[in-house]
Design a protein around this ligand. Structure first.
Ligand code: 13P
Ligand code: ZN
Length: 271
C-alpha cells in the first residue's frame, strides 16, 4: 500500500487548508472543503472493503452512490489539518442506499463530516450536471467579502457588478458572476438545497452575512475563484467610504469579456 498522507489529493487538501487559515478565511472551525476523488485509484492507498463506520447523511445523495470524498471534519480547525490530518479529515464513500456515508479513513477521534455536508454534496451534484469534471466544493468566511455583506445590497446583479468593477481581471475570472443567498440557518438541508439551486448557474455563492461557497475542477481553480472575489471585496471595502473619482465602466467590462472570449452575464451590465 502507498502512504495516503503522501498522495497528491491529501497534500493538496492539507496545503490548501493551511493557506486558507493563514489568509484569515477560516477562524476556529470556520469553513469546510470536500474533494471528489473520482480521478484516483484509492485501492492503492486503502483497503476499500474495510468500512470503519457508517454515518447517516440525513438526505438523499443517490446520484453520488459509490463516490468517495475527502472532506474536512465538523468542528475541526483548519489550522490543525496539516499537522493532524487523520483526526481533522476523513474519506467517505456514499453508500449504495444513497443516504449514508461509509468512513474509509480518518476522523480517528470519532468525528464526522462537516455539518455543511448537505450543501457540499448537493452542490457537487448541481455542478457535475453542468461540468462532469467538477471536483471541489469549498466554503469559508473571508474577511472582506463578509464585511461587504453588511454595507452592500445582497442582490446578485449589483453585488457581482461591484466586484467586477474592483479589479480588471474579475470579469475574466468569474464571468458567470456571484450568486447571493439571504441569511439562512447554516448546516441544514434547506441551505444546501438553496445553494445547489444557485450552483446550477454560478460557481460562487455568497451566504449572506456568513461566507462564500466556491466550486471548481481543481483545488487551485476553486481557491483562485474565492481569492479573486476576496481581493475585489478588499478593494471595495478600502474605497467605498471615499469619494470615487475613477471606475471601470460597463463598456470596458464588456470589452474585457469580449477580448478574453469569456461567456459573461450580459444582464449584469447595464450597457
Ligand atoms: P463545520 O465545523 O461543521 O465544518 O462548520 C463550519 C462552518 O463554517 C459552518 O458554516
Ligand atoms: Zn461557515
Amino acid at each position: 500500500m502507498k502512504n495516503i498522507l503522501e498522495s497528491r489529493f491529501m497534500v493538496e487538501m492539507m496545503k490548501t487548508a493551511s493557506n486558507m487559515y493563514r489568509l484569515g478565511w477560516d477562524e476556529r472551525n470556520g469553513g469546510n472543503i470536500s474533494y471528489l476523488l473520482a480521478d484516483y485509484d484509492l485501492s492503492l492507498y486503502l483497503d476499500l472493503s474495510k468500512v470503519e463506520r457508517v454515518i447517516p447523511l440525513g438526505f438523499d445523495a443517490s446520484p453520488l452512490k459509490g463516490q468517495c470524498f475527502l472532506v474536512t471534519g465538523s468542528g475541526k480547525y483548519f489550522k490543525n489539518v496539516e499537522t493532524d490530518p487523520e483526526n481533522n479529515l476523513g474519506i467517505v464513500r456514499i453508500g449504495e442506499d444513497g443516504v449514508s456515508a461509509e468512513l474509509l479513513w480518518g476522523f480517528k477521534d470519532g468525528g464526522r463530516m462537516t455539518s455543511e455536508f448537505p450543501a457540499h454534496l448537493m452542490s457537487h451534484m448541481a455542478r457535475l450536471e453542468k461540468d462532469e469534471e467538477n471536483r471541489i466544493v469549498m466554503h469559508c468566511h473571508p474577511t472582506y467579502t463578509l464585511a461587504m455583506n453588511y454595507v452592500h445590497p445582497l442582490d446578485e446583479k449589483e453585488f457581482t457588478h461591484s466586484l467586477w468593477q474592483m479589479c480588471t481581471e474579475c470579469i475574466v475570472v468569474f464571468p458567470d458572476g456571484v450568486g447571493v443567498l439571504p441569511w439562512m440557518l447554516c448546516g441544514t438541508n434547506e441551505i444546501g438545497e438553496a445553494t445547489a439551486e444557485k450552483m446550477k448557474t454560478f460557481r460562487l455563492v455568497i451566504w449572506g452575512m456568513h461566507g462564500i461557497y466556491g466550486a471548481g475542477k481543481t483545488m487551485d481553480e476553486t481557491f483562485g475563484l474565492i481569492e479573486t472575489v476576496e481581493k475585489a471585496a478588499e478593494i471595495y471595502m478600502l474605497t467605498s467610504s471615499l469619494p470615487r473619482i475613477n471606475t471601470i465602466s460597463d463598456d470596458q467590462l464588456k470589452e474585457l469579456a469580449e477580448y478574453f472570449g469569456v461567456k459573461y452575464r450580459k444582464d449584469f451590465l447595464s450597457c
